[in-house]
Design a binder for this molecule. Sequence first.
Ligand code: GA4
Length: 327
Amino acid sequence: LSRSSISQFILPNPYMPTNDTPSFLNEIPEIDLSDPHAKTLIVKASQDFGFFKLINHGISLDLIVDLEAQAMNFFSLPQDHKNRAGPPDPFGYGSKHIGPHGDLGWIEYLLLSLNPEVVSPKTLTIFQENPENFRSVVEEYISATKNLSCEVLELMAEGLGIEEKNTFSKLLRDERSDCVFRLNYYPPCEDIDEKLLGFGEHTDPQMISVLRSNNTSGLQICLKDGSWVSVPPDNTSFFVNVGDTLQVMTNGRFKSVRHRVVPDTSKSRLSMIYFAGTAFNEKIKPLPCLMTNQEQSLYKELTWFEFKKAAFKHRLSHNRISLFLKS
Ligand code: GA4
């Protein structure tokens, strides 16, 4: 991606063109998982952007294409059929409403809890009422993205010089890890006056999120200087977001990236996201092995359960990291 080609993706505001010259933009880091330097590059990208693209990820394109077809099939079902798996509890089928505080988006979604300790009757409905192979493709895809997430988390630990490379990945491997899977369908939005984002700006609360989308653009990330840039879509790659949990565990070295989705005027966008979280009882705090001599912890300690509960009390755009700040 050259600098000139990326200028078309710089959007200070999704709907309001301004005369401001956009600030200098670096390319979105691309990490080749077969590159021996991947761990160093992942750490740099997590510090500079909290975001990177993964290529040579090893996940079969057939599996990805299968899931996309199954998902498109679900979203094209009659509304009353889809409604049987909703409204979200917060899991299940949702449309326009995101979270419990009135956030709206130009979106339909399926949200699945992967935590065995969380009971969600709506999640069961999704699979009971739809073809058996929907479930098997979703399960296979989730298991592949969980392995990929562990690989990324191990490279992060190695790149940070942490002796035990499974420091982060073991939290995800924990059988009670609280993970979420989300299928998002963004219908085209012809009426730009709608001024409704597909998904409003937010950071992800978990450790990392692994996203794949079809070839429709829409995802934007916020750079450190506050400017927004569009991420050129690539349906064969994955994109990784650093979440709030990893920002805290690295005492602020890694940045949880603010991101949002703008609907396309003519094409629908489909994305699938695996959110890698820890178990509820896990204490989220900076890793002692990362702290240099004089370094103070920037954050107070909360369990993932406490943080998640507090996070759900606020709107989507809330700066959730502030919940961790020492008073
Ligand atoms: C953002 C990341 C994930 O999509 C999600 C979202 C969740 C939801 O859709 O129910 C939340 C949001 C997300 C954080 C704050 C709360 C909860 C919507 C919302 C307003 C599934 C998650 O884990 O946190």
